[in-house]
Design a binder for this molecule. Structure first.
Ligand code: NI
Ligand code: MN
Length: 230
């Protein structure tokens, strides 16, 4: 298995000759290396409806004839853009043949903001994903606050790599994310959702140090960097 970090909360998980991408936000992210047209994928998973998670879902899904996997409401919204969709709400399991996916809860808001009309559409609730393939378990926490049930998720799954937001203000900050890492019991933790814009400025190396003090392995990934697991 290979995982590519595309910056912000966007990761791509490759297994065999197939892959899925979570939360594509490339064209509006000055730190991203890849462009939407560079992404070859078999499915697009969305944790919630905020623009910094769904911005490039439509072009990537269309270019690849790949389905968008999202909550009922967000899937409905994406279907109006002419892409194929699969509903997945927190608690639900989905077998995509090349990977198994479960949506887990997150504590966060979710809505589509239409600046022009000054309207906000309900975007379903926010979640995260557990992705399993090749005997490996990957967690993408989405945008979330710290919550106690992370412990029970950690008990149910042996998480090999957890991608956790550390940006603060809109999600967990580094201290809460380090506690989340303990609760999930992940073997390796990769920080996401920081430094993309000024409100979420963080030092990812300081976060990895915080993890080290708790005996947890952490790894900072740069946009475009790949992680190979076996
Ligand atoms: Ni968000
Ligand atoms: Mn976000």
């Amino acid at each position: 298995m290979k995982i590519t970090y595309h910056g912000h909360s966007c990761i791509q998980i490759h297994t065999g000759d197939r892959s899925l991408v979570i939360d594509p936000f490339l064209s509006g992210n000055g730190l991203a290396v890849a462009k939407p047209q560079d992404i070859h994928t078999n499915a697009v998973l969305l944790t919630h409806a905020h623009n910094d998670h769904i911005a490039d879902a439509e072009p990537i899904a269309k270019n690849n004839s790949a389905p968008v996997v999202a909550t009922y409401e967000l899937a409905q919204y994406m279907s109006w853009k002419g892409v194929g969709t699969i509903w997945l709400n927190p608690g639900g399991n989905l077998d995509l043949q090349f990977v198994k996916v479960k949506m887990i809860p997150a504590i966060h808001s979710s809505g589509i903001v239409d600046e022009e009309r000054q309207q906000i559409m309900y975007g379903g609730i926010a979640g995260g994903f557990i992705v399993q393939a090749e005997g490996l378990t990957i967690l993408h926490a989405g945008d979330t606050a710290l919550f106690d049930d992370m412990r029970s998720i950690g008990e149910q799954f042996h998480i090999d790599v957890a991608f956790l937001p550390i940006g603060d203000q809109l999600t967990m900050g580094p201290r809460d994310a380090a506690v989340a890492a303990e609760r999930f019991g992940a073997k390796l933790v990769v920080p996401i959702h920081y430094n993309t814009f000024p409100a979420i400025t963080q030092d990812p190396d300081a976060f990895v140090q915080l993890l080290a003090e708790k005996g947890i392995a952490g790894k900072v990934m740069s946009p475009g960097e790949e992680l190979t697991l076996s």
